[in-house]
Design a protein around this ligand. Structure first.
Ligand SMILES: Cc1cc2nc3c(=O)[nH]c(=O)nc-3n(C[C@H](O)[C@H](O)[C@H](O)COP(=O)(O)OP(=O)(O)OC[C@H]3O[C@@H](n4cnc5c(N)ncnc54)[C@H](O)[C@@H]3O)c2cc1C
Length: 288
């Protein structure tokens, strides 16, 4: 059998459940708005300023926290330092989230983050579930009714077998082997700001899986509610980069930022035009 070569269709932004209610939640447990305003911005400012000042950190912090330094001035320095990649300065503040109703598919991705983040997750050993909840992906919810029915039968079958196994005296830690990836779970996640920006960069990207992307949209909303200034740093990674570096977006279907291949092509064309005109393009020359 011969396989016909087909030109690659634009992939389109992955099917996203849009605003559908997924039953997952992210709640910022700590800190509240007052703590962020009173301490977080002054703390980060103190970390930044200590690098460039003869003053001792406790004096810088006293001035910052006591209102002697304008908030806008603190924010300006913090923005510049973050944009320059001086990331340790934002490791001094942490955020703790209660995350509930997410699938094990999501939690397995989430706990892959290692640096600057701590997790505690509901145990499937110590909790014997009376009725474990599951997540229904939107594509399956909207699929052909036969397909959806078969999916639901499988899930219900697994859950019912779990109950039978536990009823037959099988320990929960073994009965859980029948649980599907769709099984919902709860976690507490504490992360410093640097790790949170990094994770958001990956997980708010349209290439991220829809459920974890939704989680980080909720997380960003929570941070915005205590600090619009800090919340603004939570963005898909292409936003601070200025270009998209995702291989799967070479066709440019996600329009947030141009793919780096296009940026390099544009640069090569400009360099060629400059050479044809007998000039050499300087590396730091604006592309316009
Ligand atoms: C769209 C998408 C698709 C993915 N697909 C897959 C997949 O198919 N299979 C799969 O296995 N995983 C996959 N992953 C997971 C991915 O490979 C990472 O494991 C995950 O995103 C955690 O990110 P991180 O490595 O940046 O770790 P973090 O812990 O968040 O680390 C933050 C940063 O710290 C540095 N760092 C941390 N630990 C070390 C270390 N030990 N050594 C050196 N530097 C370190 C790195 O710069 C790292 O980026 C995917 C992730 C995304 C976003």
């Amino acid at each position: 059998m011969t396989v016909e070569a087909t030109s690659r269709e634009p992939t389109g932004i992955p099917k996203n459940p849009g605003r559908a209610e997924l039953g997952l939640r992210a709640t910022l447990l700590f800190p509240n708005r007052e703590i962020v305003e009173q301490y977080y911005v002054p703390l980060i400012y103190t970390a930044c300023r200590t690098c460039y000042s003869e003053l001792e950190p406790d004096e810088i912090f006293r001035r910052a926290e006591g209102g002697e330094i304008e908030v806008a001035k603190m924010q300006r320095l913090i923005s510049n330092v973050i944009e320059s990649g001086h990331g340790s300065t934002i490791e001094h503040v942490v955020f703790t989230f209660g995350i509930s109703g997410v699938s094990r598919t999501l939690s397995h991705q989430l706990v892959r983050h290692r640096a600057g983040v701590a997790f505690d997750q509901q145990s499937q050993r110590y909790v014997t579930f009376k009725k474990a909840a599951t997540m229904l992906p939107q594509t399956i919810a909207e699929a052909d009714p036969d397909v959806r029915e078969r999916y639901e039968e499988q899930i219900e079958g697994a859950m019912s077998l779990y109950g039978d196994l536990v009823g037959a005296g099988i320990p929960g830690e073994d009965a859980r082997f029948v649980f599907p990836n769709a099984t919902r779970t709860n976690l507490v996640m504490t992360t410093n700001l640097r790790a949170l920006i990094h994770m958001s960069g990956l997980r708010l990207c349209t290439m991220a899986q829809w459920e974890i992307r939704r989680l980080f949209q909720l997380i960003r909303h929570e941070i915005f509610s205590v600090s619009p200034f800090l919340g603004a740093f939570l963005a898909p990674k292409c936003v601070p980069l200025g270009y998209c570096d995702e291989m799967n977006n070479r066709d440019g279907h996600c329009p947030i930022r141009p793919h780096k291949d296009r940026v390099l092509e544009a640069w090569a064309e400009k360099a060629q035009a400059a050479r044809a005109a007998g000039k050499e393009l300087k590396v730091n020359q604006p592309a316009s």
